[in-house]
Write a protein that binds this ligand. Structure first.
Ligand code: NAG
Ligand code: NAG
Ligand code: NAG
Length: 370
């Protein structure tokens, strides 16, 4: 540090003799930061860069738009503007490497990869570099970092983006404990969901999730949530909580999955139909209603976020039969809210069906044919 300073002193003295104002390639003027007091001494003029956010975490839902607040300022305020570089980066909720989201220098702005065309800076006022993200994906959650770089200074602040959602256990049609880590990942995606994180499962457990089958989490550990200790689920002796098998071998070991789904665009509904349907008829019936069969993640999201309550078992796209209950009552399963499952009956069995429409038509827009 001292060496560096000496070098700078020497450099500036040299430059001073040349009577020029040195302009460096990043467009940054040394002249702005260093005051030459005329005695050959140079002192830092004490201007300090600050970067802050008024929120450390932001909760939102899938499909929505979100603003991650961030601003910077100087103390004392600058007499003339400086050229700064603003960089937003992102680390997935599952950890791993930080990657670039957006870089802005003056009016020039570059966005990266998955955030391409989905992010911009708000710039409501001087120093406002809040990040706006539109059309949030389930996998956009994680730790964002707002960084301002100004020649010699570099300040940053992290903001966590979390999605409101619902965790559900998933077991494929061929039975219990059949999924490797990557198969579990794929199984969640096929149900319009992503693998749950430890924090998400923990929150679900706090809200009452009790499930006696172990499932993969996004961090590669295998766990299950128990609210009522019992013999087959870790025994009586253990307190309620998440039972963990710890990290498991991602290729060799097989378990179920815990998936995470967030709120929906669109609508899940129980199809009103004159009679019960086998699986292929059910597929057709949703199609005839300009919809698709609902996926498990969609049914859970509808149950959690729109209070879908229907005491009728119905087919879902994966071949399982379930129904959602928000107001428990006799003859609709246990006296607690939840999505009930009948597993995967033979496709010839007859049930109702849950369909999903991406954009529900408002009433009165039905096409009337003469
Ligand atoms: C999100 O922003 C886009 C573009 O600004 C806009 O078209 C869309 O309606 C917004 N969505 C919501 C849910 O506000
Ligand atoms: C994230 O989710 C979006 C939308 O569901 C999907 O298109 C994209 O492939 C996902 N990206 C990754 C890295 O999983
Ligand atoms: C469902 O019923 C139809 C007749 O309505 C039949 O053609 C079809 O094979 C049945 N599908 C299954 C999976 O049983």
């Amino acid at each position: 540090m001292a060496k560096m300073r000496l070098l700078l002193v020497a450099l500036l003295q040299l430059l001073d003799r040349c009577h020029t104002v040195p302009r460096f390639s990043n467009g940054f003027l040394y002249h702005d930061i260093f005051n030459n007091n005329g005695n050959g001494e140079i002192s830092y003029n004490g201007v300090q860069l600050h970067v802050a956010s008024d929120q450390t975490s932001v909760f939102t839902s899938r499909g929505g738009n979100v603003t991650l607040p961030c601003r910077y300022w100087y103390e004392p305020p600058l007499s003339s503007p400086r050229r700064t570089r603003v960089k937003w980066s992102w680390q997935p909720i599952t950890g791993g490497q930080e990657s670039d989201v957006l870089v802005a220098i003056g009016n020039r702005l570059r966005t990266f990869d998955r955030f391409h065309n989905r992010v911009h800076l708000r710039e409501d006022s001087v120093g406002d570099v809040s990040l706006e993200i539109v059309g949030l994906h389930l996998n956009d959650s994680g730790r964002y970092r707002c960084e301002v770089i100004d020649g010699l200074e570099d300040q940053s602040v992290p903001i966590d983006l979390e999605l409101r959602g619902v965790v559900f256990p998933y077991q494929p049609h061929h039975g219990r404990y059949r999924l490797t880590f990557s198969m579990a990942q794929q199984a969640c995606e096929e149900q319009e969901a992503v693998m749950a994180t430890f924090e998400q499962l923990y929150t679900a457990w706090e809200e009452g999730l009790d499930w006696c089958n172990a499932g993969w989490l996004a961090d590669g550990t295998v766990q299950y949530p128990i609210t009522l200790p019992r013999l087959p689920c870790g025994g009586w002796g253990l307190a309620p909580g998440l039972r963990s098998y710890g990290p498991r071998h991602k290729h060799a070991h097989r378990y179920d999955a815990f998936c995470f789904s967030s709120s929906l665009k669109g609508k899940v509904y129980y199809l009103q139909h004159p009679h019960k349907l086998n699986f292929s008829e059910a597929t057709q019936a949703c199609g005839d209603d300009a919809a698709h069969m609902a996926k498990v993640g969609q049914l859970y999201a509808a149950w959690k976020f729109t209070g879908l309550d229907q005491c009728d078992a119905g087919w879902l796209a994966d071949g399982s039969v379930r129904y959602p209950i928000t107001n428990p009552r006799p003859n609709c399963g246990p006296m607690e809210a939840g999505v009930r499952s009948f597993g995967f009956p033979a496709p010839r069995h007859k049930h109702g069906v849950y369909c999903y429409k991406a954009e529900p038509k408002p009433f009165g827009e039905e096409i009337v044919t003469a």
